[in-house]
Design a protein around this ligand. Structure first.
Ligand code: GLA
Length: 404
């Protein structure tokens, strides 16, 4: 009898081990890296990717936490080979993908690649539909660490089932890969993707403007404000290893410095994956300072992984976002999205700042917090006094309250 029990429990442990699942623990904090799409679209090749990897190291981006070098659409030849394998475009990638992966790894970085859950990528290259297990093995053989999986040409496919097939294929291939679901939020992946991928896009494509919609006919791309406003009430779905993804960043791509600062601050507040989208080879000092602001990155990468909530829409014309952090600290972001500058006079003692989701309350009556400005690095006193500041148009005051 005892022997049977042992056999049965061994079988059930074995079944659990074999059951397909996402590789857990690969994104306990939001992934950080760079993606080729925003700046280079289809103009990608191996020289560019190598130069970007070099720049990520020499510029200090790697030291600031950026890790993944992600090659987006247009890396493929237009047809699979006779055995049905994907082929890297031999003109753009003459050394092949394994060599590119090796180069990226030799820099201490990780290699990301893009494909699509439909029959074709959005740029018209072969998609993964029906080839998932074969493709996952190929990616594994190239040393891929991160797969961004798009949603063009999906026909009538069911999103959850389709994305699960690729998750299972990655599991079967046996190489841990961050699985980045890029389904644009159409079928609410936050409701079904927690055990499927590590991050999921919640919006259509971002573009480099503060507030705008660019209509492409059947779809639109969106500015920073539009993107951040688009999905309300889904912060409770994000957390360690499963993140809401408002898309790659547009910092250093033409907005003003105030706007870039606001963009980076908001992405950190909502615990977004921080994927730079600018040309890292020619990065201006001011842009570099934004992208490598360690205090703001620390808010994004906080181990609790709690996405910020908008506390108030109108503090003298300024939005207030709050994010509970580890060690009872808080990040507070005063965001002036209007076209005029505004002055705030924030009386901590009058506010009841609490978060029903994380059950955290900011107690400024009994507790004392010092206030650090995360952009100027100045100490702004404590929560015993009102916080007064002038906030330029399209800019933020982002502070960390440090518990004593
Ligand atoms: C979709 C995605 C983008 C990018 C392009 C590539 O639009 O949302 O992020 O990957 O495809 O074609």
């Amino acid at each position: 009898m005892k022997r049977w029990l042992i056999v049965i429990s061994c079988i059930s442990v074995l079944c659990q081990a074999l059951e397909a699942q996402k590789f857990a623990g690969l994104a306990l904090t939001p992934p950080m890296g760079w993606n080729s799409w925003n700046t280079f679209a289809c103009h990608v090749d191996e020289a560019l990717l190598r130069q970007v990897a070099d720049a990520m190291v020499s510029s200090g981006m790697k030291d600031a936490g950026y890790q993944y070098v992600v090659l987006d659409d247009c890396w493929e030849a237009l047809e699979r080979d006779n055995a049905g394998n994907l082929v890297a475009d031999p003109q753009k990638f003459p050394s092949g993908m394994k060599a590119l992966g090796d180069y990226i790894h030799s820099k201490g970085l990780k290699f990301g690649i893009h494909n699509c859950a439909g029959t074709k990528t959005c740029a018209g290259y072969p998609g993964g539909r029906g080839h998932e297990y074969q493709d996952a093995l190929l990616y594994a053989s190239w040393g891929v660490d991160f797969l961004k999986y798009d949603w063009c040409s999906h026909g009538t496919a069911n999103s959850e089932e389709t994305y699960k097939t690729m998750r299972d294929a990655i599991h079967a291939a046996g190489r841990p890969m961050v699985y980045s679901i890029c389904e644009w939020g159409d079928t609410k992946p936050w409701e079904w993707a927690k055990d499927v991928g590590h991050l999921w896009r919640i919006t259509g494509d971002i573009t480099d403007c503060f507030e705008c919609e660019i209509n492409h006919g059947s779809w639109s791309s969106w500015g920073i404000i539009n993107t951040i406003e688009m999905r309300k009430g889904i912060r409770q779905y994000a957390g360690p290893d499963h993140w809401n993804d408002p898309d790659m960043m547009e910092i250093g791509r033409g907005m003003t410095l105030n706007e870039d600062r606001a963009h980076f601050s908001l992405w950190a507040m909502v615990a977004a994956p921080l994927m730079a989208g600018n040309d890292l080879r020619n990065i201006k000092k001011e842009i570099h300072e934004i992208l490598t602001n360690k205090d703001v990155i620390a808010v994004d990468q906080d181990s609790l992984g709690i996405q910020a909530l908008k506390y108030s829409d109108h503090e003298n014309g300024v939005e207030v976002w709050i994010k509970p952090l580890n060690n009872e600290d808080w990040a507070i972001c005063f965001f002036n999205k209007s076209d005029q500058k505004h002055t705030i006079d924030f009386d901590w003692s009058e506010k009841n700042i609490s978060d029903d989701f994380s059950k955290k309350t900011l107690n400024t009556k009994d507790g004392n917090y010092s206030i650090k400005d995360l952009w100027t690095k100045k100490n702004l006193g404590t929560t015993k006094k009102n916080l007064t500041a002038e906030i330029p148009s399209h800019d933020v005051l982002m502070v960390r309250l440090i518990k004593h």
